[in-house]
Ligand binder design. Structure first.
Ligand code: SF4
Length: 438
């Protein structure tokens, strides 16, 4: 079975899953509507009894009105129930048709393979594993290869890997680098420029995705400033957390999706577009990330005109291997890593640990950034603490204590490589980096 056939089969699985989910949702809606109708009917019965027991004209009038209202509620509930039943029937037929189409596909393209008793999820997982093991073919089958770059160490290594494979596959022109710009209130200085240089090194198209602050005045070019983490928190009056990562959804995912729609519109395809959306997530980063699949279908973004895969091309790499590739290929990384901040996330990422945040405050002091005070003011202003376990004020207090005890942070270019790979590797990297820049 060739790669396109595998993809078509996966799309059939997606359609069947989606149709099944719609039918399940319709079933729930029917249950709710039925319960509401039963309740409304019981209400009519009790109101009729109350009306029969009314002693005065006033009571009779009031109870008669209440009975009319109960009857109206029952008519509404019955209408909703009828509509829900129709929808449930429609979605049942659609789910059955999607399952039949999947069966047809499977017979045509996977003759003799059998499902070995696997259900849809198992069939899809097997196909996705096969595709993930064929990176060149996967890239060749894509109309668009999006590389989501934060400009961090994992992003730059992922980009380098994708470029290597895309060159071998002859599809480098399909690679587009997307950087979600969170603005100066959220990110370290120079992140956006670095992301651009990292993409330009390979001559790739570079696009910025930005959630704008719609309450701010646009500039002369009609652009509004980035909403950023601070702007989002100001609007919501709450900090996001690991369970409600609205920051990622609002500031990154939804804007990147809008950009994808624009890219696909430009292509003007008359067939379903295949999009490979690459993210620099690694299994070794955390137990939660280790549970993710290297390749999956983005069910939220896929539709009849786009089949979007989420691919983690460096899922298998350890942190040391990431730094080795940076060193060997002389990839430019952000100086924040030299100050031994482990991730190039928001300056004060809601997912970061206490020690990392303390170091971030100290780095802000060294760089003359006023962000700690602004975050502290916001925290006090909204009355919601930065994290359940501690406040940003606690973080700042600890940073001040360490500054007094140890003096200001000091670092030099190459310290991150020296930390992970040794001083000789750092010296070699700096030589190569200078050579690459010439
Ligand atoms: S880096 Fe952290 S704070 Fe910033 S958007 Fe991502 S999860 Fe949210």
């Amino acid at each position: 079975m060739d790669i396109r056939m595998r993809m078509r089969l996966l799309d059939s699985v997606r359609r069947a899953d989606q149709a099944q989910a719609a039918h399940t949702a319709a079933g729930r809606a029917l249950t709710r509507a039925t319960e509401a109708a039963v309740k409304a009917l019981a209400d009519i019965t009790s109101r009729e009894q109350l009306l029969a027991q009314a002693g005065t004209d006033t009571e009779r009038a009031e109870r008669s009105d209440a009975l009319d209202a109960a009857r109206t509620a029952y008519i509404d509930a019955s209408r909703r129930k009828l509509a829900a039943r129709r929808k449930s029937r429609r979605t049942f037929l659609a789910a059955r048709a999607a399952n039949r189409a999947l069966g047809e596909h499977y017979r045509r393209y996977a003759r003799g393979r059998g499902t070995a008793g696997l259900r849809r999820g198992g069939v899809a997982a097997g196909l996705l594993d096969e595709l993930a093991a064929l990176p060149l073919e996967l890239l060749q089958a894509a109309h668009v290869i999006l590389v989501q770059s934060s400009a961090g160490k994992d992003s730059v290594v992922m980009l380098d890997r994708i470029v290597t494979w895309a060159r071998q596959a002859g599809v480098l022109d399909r690679v587009v680098v997307v950087h979600c710009d969170l603005g100066d209130e959220s990110e370290w200085p120079g992140v956006r420029g670095l992301a651009q240089r990292q993409a330009e090194r390979y001559g790739l198209r570079f696009l910025i995705a930005r959630a704008e602050d719609l309450d701010a005045e646009p500039n002369d070019a009609g652009e509004r400033p980035a909403l950023g983490l601070l702007g989002l928190v100001k609007k919501r009056g709450m900090w996001p957390d690991a369970l409600r990562r609205l920051c990622t959804a609002t500031l990154k995912r939804s804007v990147a999706n809008r950009l994808l729609t624009k890219i696909l519109d430009e292509l003007g395809l008359d067939e379903q577009a295949v999009v490979i959306n690459c993210m620099g997530i690694r299994a070794a980063e955390s137990p939660a990330r280790a549970k993710k699949s290297p390749l999956s279908i983005d069910l939220r973004t896929s539709s009849s005109n786009r089949l979007v895969f989420v691919w983690h091309p460096i899922f298998d790499l350890t942190e040391t291997e990431v730094w080795q590739r940076i060193a060997e290929h002389a990839l430019e990384y952000h100086p924040t890593y030299d100050a031994l901040i482990p991730r190039l996330s928001c300056v004060f990422c809601v997912l970061a640990g206490f020690d990392v945040l303390v170091r971030a405050v100290r780095l802000c002091c060294a760089l003359g950034l006023d962000l700690p005070a602004r975050y502290e003011d916001l925290e006090a202003g909204i009355g919601h603490q930065f994290k359940a376990q501690f406040t940003i004020a606690d973080v700042i207090a600890e940073a001040r204590r360490l500054e007094t005890e140890e003096g200001p942070l000091a670092w030099k270019r190459g310290d991150a490589i020296a930390h992970h790979l040794g001083a000789a590797a750092a010296a070699d990297y700096l030589r190569r980096l200078t050579g690459a820049a010439r």
